[in-house]
Structures are given as C-alpha cells and as structure tokens.
Design a protein around this ligand. Sequence first.
Ligand SMILES: Cc1cc2nc3c(=O)[nH]c(=O)nc-3n(C[C@H](O)[C@H](O)[C@H](O)COP(=O)(O)O)c2cc1C
Length: 463
Amino acid sequence: MGASIRRFQRIYPWIKAPLIVGAPMRVISGPHLAVAISRAGGLGFIGPGATPESTGDDLATARDLLEKNPFQDQKPITLASLLPHLNVSPFNEEGEGGEGGAEVVGGEVAGGEETGREEEAVAEEKGSEAATPQPETLPIGVGFQLWNGDLRTAARAVGEHRPCAAWLFAPRHGQPELDEWAAGLRQASPGLQIWTQIGTVAEAIAATAYASASETERTRANDGRGGRTRVSFYETSADVLVVQGAEAGGHGRARDGLGIASLLPEIRDQESVADAVRRYGVALVAAGGIADGRGVAAALGLGAAGVAMGTRFLASTEARVARGYRDEVVRARDGAVSTTRTMLYNRLRGTTGWPEEYSPRAIINRSWRDYYEYGVEYDEVKWRYDEMVRRTGASGNAKGGYGPDGRLATYAGAAVGLVRDVRDAGVLVKDIRDEACDILRGLTLLYPREPIQSDNLSILVKK
Ligand SMILES: Cc1cc2nc3c(=O)[nH]c(=O)nc-3n(C[C@H](O)[C@H](O)[C@H](O)COP(=O)(O)O)c2cc1C
C-alpha cells in the first residue's frame, strides 16, 4: 500500500498522503472545485459538463485559474517526468509487444510484495529517451460518462488542455467501450492516466483480465469503429480502478452494489487484480460513503491507495450547486433512511438513456414520498414537480425547492449524515487528511505488532 501512494506522488508530485480525490460530479465539480482540491494536495476532477463541449471550456477555465495563481510548490509535470511511471509501453511506439514489454511498466507494488525496481529503472531509461517536449500537464483530472459521452470531443479536450487523468464511468457496452475510450484518449494525450470507476467484482476482473493473460491474449484484434487493428493492453488498461461502493451518491450499481468495506478487499483479492497491482502498478481508490478522516483511515486499511469523495464536496463553497441543495445535504441525517436509489428523479428531470445497470442515490423528499408512500399517480407527481421548478426558478433556491418538503432532485450519498457544514474545499481536504493521519498514528500506537517495551513506552508518553 505504501508503494502505491509513493507511486502516486511521483506521478502527481503535488499530492500529499493520504490521497484525497474530488470525484467528477456532473456539472457540480467545476474548475474552481477541482483546482481547490488539487491546490490543497488532493486531486480534483472536473465532472462531465452539461454538454460534451462544456468540458473543454471548464478545462480552459482551470488553466486560467492555475496560470493566474500557480501552485506554490508545484513542480511542472511534463510527459518526460510522467513516462517512467505510466501504464503505457514505449514498445508500442516500436510496434512490438513481447513478454519483456509487460514488465517495463511494472515497478510498484501494493502490500509490500515484489518491488520491480529493476524494471522501473529500465522504464525510466526508455521513458526519457522516448519523451519529446509537451505542454505542461494540468494538475487536475476530468471525468466522462461513456454512455452519453462523445469520444471525439473528449479526445479533443484532453489533447488540447492536458489534464493529468481521465476518469471513465458508465459504459453502455462494458469493458470493450472502456478500452476504446482509454486508447482514444491516450492517443490524443500521451501520458494521460486512465482512472476507471467500477462497482462490482466482475467489472474489476474484466478491467484487469490482461494482467493474468498470456502476452498473445494481451495483444488482441479489435474491430471497433476504427477498423481491425491490433490493440495491446498498454493502450487500453486503466492505471487506477476507482472502486465505488453502494453507499455512493449519484449513479452507481442499481441492483448488484455492495458496501465498500467488503467490496474493495474482495476486488483486491482477485487474481487478475492482484497481478495488475503487483506487475503493473495499478492502484485501487475507494469511493462511496467516505466523508471524513475516519472513512479515509478505514479505506486505507481495506487496501485502497487513496479515497474519492463526492457527497462531502457538495457542501463546499466551490461546488457548482444551488444553495438549497447544499443546505439540504448539510441538514440531512441518517443516510439509510434519508437517501435511496431511485430512477424517479431522473424521470422527473427528463434524464433518459442511462444503461439499466445504474441508478442514482438521492435524498428523499416530497416527490418520492408522494409517489412511493402516498400512491400519487406519476402524472400528478410530475405536474407538482414542474410547478415547483416554475415557482423556485432554475436554481431552485427560492423557498421550497429543496428540503424535506421540496420536490427537486437532490442526488447525494449515504454519508450525508456526516456532512454537517459548508467549508472551502481546500480546508476540507486538509482537515480530513489531518484527521486520517491522526487516526492512523493513534492506531499504530494502540495496536503495535510487537508488544511495546516499557522503555519505548515512556518515550512515547513523553512525546
Ligand atoms: C451529485 C453527484 C453527481 C455525480 N456525478 C458523477 C459523474 O458525473 N460521473 C461519475 O463518474 N461519478 C459521479 N458521481 C459519483 C462519484 O464518482 C463517486 O462515486 C461518489 O460521489 C462517491 O461516493 P460519495 O458520494 O459517498 O462520496 C456523482 C456523485 C454525486 C454525489
């Protein structure tokens, strides 16, 4: 696990451990939120925009923010500095695969297994040879929903603006579609890290199948839209798997979700995942139900190299969210009863087309209770919803749009009960990180592997 965070720190030199990631919440995670999170030593992702084209605009704004106010201690990230640590192979450029190529990208290992330092040294050498000067990479990532995204527009945006990572979620056609996006985005922006959010053991196995496969299997024919070309796993595989537990806010697995405390370790135990971690330095990041330092410390104990949070950042000053929405996230308690997974709000909002494997978690309000508890006909529920939108305005801020008697969609996760105030995102990152560090340090003292000798104990007590 220590190796994974050190690898992260080499790829993203500004981050501080434990790594706290701002999830790419559609429209809500804008450039100001993403930059604030990264500036505080986390990694902020811009969410998918209202239209595929909005992503480019958000990335341009992020670049402006960073140019006007650069990170104090940020080392520039260039392709040359990234290549040695990337899950891409210089062998691709030579049109070669080969078993040897597989080892080149290895180097970091979770759980204190094999270190792969020799391979890493080879990679550094090859990386520096292969590197050509590139524009500086942005210290923020960008998220895409695949089912309604547009790969060409996305590739143009990452090629032009160079975010350091792309987070892929919700394909309509499973792993082959994720592969197509990973290859397309990497081609547009060499050095781009691919983060894939998954929510089941089966998805994790599909995402890492290459790692336990033979080299021939790892280079396979692909007859996707681009015609029949040889595709190697170097082009398609994810650098990071974000494991999304059923507690997560927004969209997640509709029927086969599992809590993060059992999902993450079970995924980590899969042979192909273990191989991907050990041989190729793939990292697991935990998401879902984590909103404070206690959750972060727990996730690290489960085997995560970092955590991603969405719901907690809804209550940040930089989130692009209506004030009423934000206040409701702060007000709501006990996510087990105050939130639920339901398609009702998508339907009311006219959001159609999500693959059936997904449904969103939202805070329960009048719309849901009318329909599910009081048996009000859908058309009437929709009429009342539309009326409320009309009365409260587009932002829904006017009295009544949000809250227990409101009717507007308030997507949020099961950890809402832990969100009790609105803070600047940078302050949140720092506070949560400090809390996690304190807990981890405390636990190490409480549960030493060997009994503490009385001499050592007195030293610790004096401190
Ligand atoms: C309001 C909201 C919108 C979200 N939108 C997206 C999205 O567009 N793409 C995505 O990959 N994940 C999205 N997510 C899910 C997050 O990536 C992440 O899995 C989740 O926020 C983690 O759980 P938490 O909300 O308990 O922190 C969204 C989450 C929320 C709360």
